[in-house]
Ligand binder design. Structure first.
Ligand code: S3P
Length: 175
């Protein structure tokens, strides 16, 4: 297996689980948002401000095509990555893709603290946030469910249960 790609909504734990998985497997970890930030020398929020969401999505697509060529890596994507262009089809060609699925309530709990770092969530009240998550998740699920594998991480709610999530991903992929 050359690479593994993790997808899922913001706050599902892609980065946390991806990092731990890569460490266990002894391979490199790439977070697509971090890769974009490094390459562009700007935060994701700055890119959204300067180029709008459309500009960000173009860059995201281009960078996805770079990292998804790397070998012996675990890649965690942004929550929106699979939902634009033909990104999910491309990912499915490049790697086993795992959808980390979580209930809106669980996502809300994880995102309430960090919403200001994420341009799509910034400035929303608590009530607006839960409604936004529910609605956007519903729109995105058809893309997420195109992943070859899916793992419900709602019950592995707490990030102290990371080891458990990693073990489940390994079982799913037989690695
Ligand atoms: C986004 C998710 C973010 C980041 C950007 C847009 C989205 O990544 O790519 O803010 O559209 O869901 P995380 O899922 O890592 O927060």
């Amino acid at each position: 297996m050359k690479r593994i790609i993790l997808i899922g909504y913001m706050g599902a734990g892609k980065t946390t689980i991806g990092k731990a998985l890569a460490q266990e497997l002894g391979i490199a970890f790439y977070d697509l948002d971090w890769y974009i930030s490094n390459r562009m020398r700007k935060t994701i929020a700055q890119i959204f401000e300067e180029r709008g969401e459309d500009g960000f999505r173009q860059i995201e697509r281009n960078m996805l095509h770079e990292v998804a060529e790397f070998e012996d890596v675990v890649i965690s994507c942004g929550g929106g990555t699979p939902c634009f262009f033909d990104n999910i089809d491309y990912m499915n060609q490049q790697a086993p893709v795992v959808y980390l699925k979580a209930d809106p309530e669980v996502l809300y709990k994880h995102l309430a603290m960090s919403k200001n770092d994420r341009p799509l969530l910034r400035g929303k009240s608590q009530d607006e946030l839960i409604v936004f998550i529910r609605e956007q998740l519903e729109k995105r699920e058809p893309f997420y469910t195109k992943a070859a594998y899916s793992l419900d991480v709602s019950l592995m709610d707490d990030f102290t249960k990371i080891k458990n999530s990693v073990a489940q991903v390994r079982k799913l992929l037989n690695i």
